[in-house]
Design a protein around this ligand. Sequence first.
Ligand code: SAH
Length: 294
Amino acid sequence: MADLAEPEFQVVSDSPPRGGKFPLRLEQMARPPKKLVSSPGEPLALAAATASQPRSAATLRSGANAASVARPTGLGLDSEGVRRNMVERLRAAGPHDARVLDAMAAVPRHLFVDAALVTQAYEDTSLPIGHGQTISKPSVVTRMIGVLMDGATARAGGHLGRVLEVGTGCGYQAAVLCRLSRHVVSVERIRGLHDKARDLVAPLRMNHLRLVYGDGMLGHPPNAPYDSIIAAACGADVPEAWLAQLAVGGRLISPVLDTASKQKLVVIDRLDDGGFQRTEYEAVQFVPLKSGSI
Ligand code: SAH
């Protein structure tokens, strides 16, 4: 994978993508899955593995330093110290990947929550962002991105490569992903949230982030294949489109419905022969993945 220092595309809000800034890779679309290998019960050992990886965050910085462009809130929450405290609590409750913790320390979460909730911005809790949706818990963001960092391509390159996020919400996780990736495409089905995310990430100048309004259950074929795919909403299973858009060596992480009321995290790795290996992780709680856009 290429060095992260030269971002190729900009914060845009379009569907389909504008030409020029972001090369279309339709010809590189991955073929449909050949086989599906399930390995249930292979467990959380990965969390410990990610925590012991060497720190290489310095090589992962790209775009503006998010912390340095934080707008003052008048509540003192724009100080790096408050964020660092959150990260120290996450670290203590870990294990977590140190590179992901560094990214969490750099993104001003308080800028992504409504003014009335800003005092809770650095607590480990999900918070409402409007339209019945929520900003994910910091520990869950850290955990899921950490697991992605242990996929084959990400391990080899030291970053997440080309990323697809399904469920932009207010854009917080997309901003964290940007610090660990070459390119990020994030899809949101609710127009009001897509617009909100666009406004919130704009001051952070994440010039390798593409925000797309549309149905993320279809993935985003124009920029496929992706080295890393992450879903922030829970469906009955992983859509075929995501598998088709996952690059060889790539890793996907998503909540899926287990029983009627329970959700669990599922990780799918695309193997060298084009097949898939599925691993189930811990129980989680996400908003539902819905088809169509509104
Ligand atoms: N990534 C967010 C979490 C947002 S909550 C964060 O940074 O905290 C999950 C989001 O997924 C919601 O905004 C919801 O509207 C969106 N979503 C659900 N189904 C979707 C779909 N099919 N395509 C795109 N977004 C979807």
